[in-house]
Write a protein that binds this ligand. Sequence first.
Ligand SMILES: *Cc1c(COP(=O)(O)O)cnc(C)c1O
Length: 236
Amino acid sequence: MPPVIAENLDIVISRIHAAATAAGRQPKDVHLLAVSKNCSSDTIRKAVVAGQQSFGENYVKEALEKMTELANTTYNENTQKRLIWHFIGPLQTNKTKLVATNFDWVHSVDRLKTAERLSLQRPAYLPPLQVCLQVNISGETSKSGTMPEDVQILAKTVASLPNIQLRGLMTIPKATTDPIAQRCEFATLRMLYERLNTYGLALDTLSMGMSHDLETAIAEGATIVRVGTAIFGARN
Ligand SMILES: *Cc1c(COP(=O)(O)O)cnc(C)c1O
């Protein structure tokens, strides 16, 4: 049933509009990243036809297969605008080169070593790789992300590397049904982001909010929401 993805996208875009408006923000300042992990190229193509340009992927090998299959798919046939790919999954050192050569954005940088490799490996013929630092706000030891107290020094160093451009911060909050606890994590990320900007970094991106919590994230300043399930359905 092809219309489902188009309808789901409409619903998500309406939710973004409503949440931005309720927060006194411009809807156009919140970018929708469609998280297409586990989705086929055909499914992604349906989202493209419905107007979606940016896609987020978690697994390098899976993403590269789909990029190849979708290489001739343009988002807008008049302007030949191509799809934009964001890497949002845990990034192993041995995969940095593939990410540096094939993606436009990386949201999950949490160590200097990873950033240095991406910087070295980003081909000169491409624009700088757009980078967010992933922050572990909840402090759960099982989770990736740099600790809040280490963000400042990491951000300053990463911002000085060539071939990559530090754009902002990303977080995945603790799984909780407590809306206040959830909102606190987003608020903390926003505070860290604002503090970095007062120290002279020109960051413009807060990557936070997913299918179930995008409204809360937008209320706290999210500029990119990463939405999978609400667009493509439950993953198996
Ligand atoms: C899978 C994933 C998402 C999307 O989550 P949904 O709940 O399906 O919207 C967002 N961000 C990251 C980092 C993910 O891995």
